[in-house]
Design a protein around this ligand. Sequence first.
Ligand SMILES: [Zn+2]
Length: 155
Amino acid sequence: MGKPPVSTEPDWVSWRTPSKNPGKTMLKGACLCAGVRFEIAGELQHAPDACHCSQCCRHSGHYFVSANVARAALTIHGEENLGWYRSSEKVRRGFCKVCGSSLFWDPDRSGHDFIAVAMGALDAPTGAQLARHIFVADKGDYYEIRDGLPQSERF
Ligand SMILES: [Zn+2]
């Protein structure tokens, strides 16, 4: 007579189950600890790009792949766990205060109506494909970019 198996399933797994609304696409994402979760109602505004600037590399630990979404399309849960770091006058970067995941690049003081979301935080499948590399002039010296995608020195 053994004990009943202990469930190792995290209690947020139900949140990851597929939508029961056929026809409606909803991208979902989370930080590593799932203390911050988010949903995107609607499309990514462009194919993801990889930013190699020094700020993105320091914030994320390597280059930062993200895509913009309309601010109104983004719903964030667990905002009490979400920290913001103002990395420049017009931009703040969102991260989980518990596990440290890099999540958002937010040009909140620029008048833009979008926010960039970290592709690595999204649940698969995203249906998206990396399109280009930006700020490659600032990239680290410890790797090469060999995927054949377009590169720009800055934007
Ligand atoms: Zn977290």
